[in-house]
Design a protein around this ligand. Structure first.
Ligand code: NDP
Length: 273
């Protein structure tokens, strides 16, 4: 009998997670049913409990519920606790709920696959929301020379930098305080969703810089177009999406799927519409 999993979010119809997990299941021979489930904005926990009662074993969690998912867990991984957010829920045999956060490892694996160096580099992260909180620890573990967080609401970036200062040289503030050039700029804002660009200085990139947008779409995002015109190598968040899903699949099934063919399948589907 196949185990049941889902992605819980609002909205969730657009989610690529069902396609990714079905592809992992086919590749690894694990029988698994995976669906997208819309949770009411005021009813996340009830939706998760109902899914478990109907035989569900685990769920991915997407906007805007990652913090609520964290709160309902009986136990969380260290990395989820550091992030203060959970994107992977697992129901144990004893009925206890375990929460993990695979966004950070997803980004790191994709950066490694794309051969983007981090050690000794100057890194800029744009945004101070849930996604950014989840990626700071793994980024800092790679020992960049400096990590700067810039956000529209500068105080949120300052607070985030203070939370992670024990892990490296981190500072945060509004876009107006940005100075100097960066080797890697990661856009973790949701500005790309609205086709908007954060107010960035013209002289942002070192000569061999990489621009990474956590968002992905059929065409390059506004941020990636802007970065490409200024000489940066560009990467979108499709690889991160597949890698974070692979880590969730590993948590549930104890098997690590191959990500490259699934990424290629997803890219093809995205381009063909
Ligand atoms: P949140 O809502 O938690 O945070 C949004 C962030 O974007 C805030 O820092 C906000 O600033 C900033 N922001 C929003 N609009 C603008 C704008 N017009 N100009 C400048 N800054 C803006 O979202 P998440 O952190 O959960 O997600 C952020 C992005 O990351 C999304 O695009 C999401 O799709 C993507 N993502 C991708 C993943 C992947 O696997 N590829 C995984 C997780 C997320 P302020 O604080 O001032 O409001």
């Amino acid at each position: 009998m196949s185990s049941r999993y889902c992605v819980l979010g609002n909205p969730v119809k657009h989610s690529k997670s069902p396609m990714i997990h079905q592809a992992f299941a086919a590749q690894t021979g694990k029988p698994l049913a995976y669906t997208a489930e819309l949770a009411p904005l005021d009813g996340f926990e009830a939706a998760w409990r109902a899914f478990c009662e109907s035989g569900g074993r685990g769920a991915n969690v997407t906007v805007p519920f990652k913090q609520q998912a964290f709160a309902l867990c009986d136990t969380q991984s260290l990395r989820a606790r550091r992030a203060g957010a959970v994107n992977t829920l697992s129901l144990g045999q004893n009925g206890r709920v375990f929460g993990d956060n695979t966004d950070g490892i997803g980004l790191l694996r994709d950066l490694k696959a794309c051969e983007v160096p981090l050690a000794g580099k100057r890194v800029l992260v744009l945004g101070a929301g849930g996604a950014v909180r989840g990626v700071l620890e793994p980024l800092l573990n790679e020992a960049p020379r400096e990590l700067v967080i810039a956000n529209r609401t500068g105080a949120r970036a300052e607070a985030l930098a203070a939370d992670f200062r024990d892990l490296g040289t981190v500072s945060g503030g509004g876009y107006e305080v940005l100075s100097g050039r960066f080797d890697l700029v990661i856009n973790g804002t949701s500005a790309s969703l609205a086709g908007e660009l954060p107010p960035l200085p013209e002289t942002l990139f070192e000569p061999d810089a990489v621009a990474y947008d956590m968002m992905y779409a059929a065409a390059p995002t506004v941020f990636l177009q802007w970065a490409q015109m200024r000489g940066a190598r560009t990467i979108d968040g499709l690889g991160m999406l597949v890698e974070q899903a692979a880590e969730a699949f590993f948590i549930w099934q104890n098997v690590r799927p191959e990500t490259a063919p699934v990424q290629a399948l997803l890219r093809k589907t995205l381009i063909e519409g």
